[in-house]
Design a protein. Structure first.
Length: 103
């Protein structure tokens, strides 16, 4: 990839941007949590993400516009953060994590 083709990294999301996104997504919870992967479900999710992106851009006061892909990535990262502590508990049968150095 040449220097001209490199993707420019976007600015980090602010705490207020994250709150705005998560509050907007609550309106679309049923669609976002749908585990089906058929064509109709994918189309519904894409329509929902288009609406979420438009609402997000309208609601953000920073004046920064975010892409649908960047909003999806933030949402996926937040979901992963919420699952992580539970995964570590299951990994250690409820005991302290070996990674933290506590025994």
């Amino acid at each position: 990839m040449s220097a001209a083709e490199k993707r420019k990294r976007g600015a980090n999301f602010t705490t207020s941007e994250t709150r705005v996104l998560l509050s907007i997504i609550t309106e679309f919870t049923a669609i976002m949590e749908n585990k089906k992967t058929g064509g109709v479900s994918v189309q519904e999710k894409n329509k929902a993400w288009s609406k979420i992106t438009a609402k997000f851009d309208a609601a953000c006061l920073e004046g920064r516009h975010r892409t649908m892909d960047s909003l999806k990535k933030l949402f996926d990262n937040k979901k992963r953060e919420l699952r992580k502590p539970r995964a570590e508990i299951l990994e250690t049968d409820g005991g302290p994590s070996q990674r933290t150095g506590h025994h």
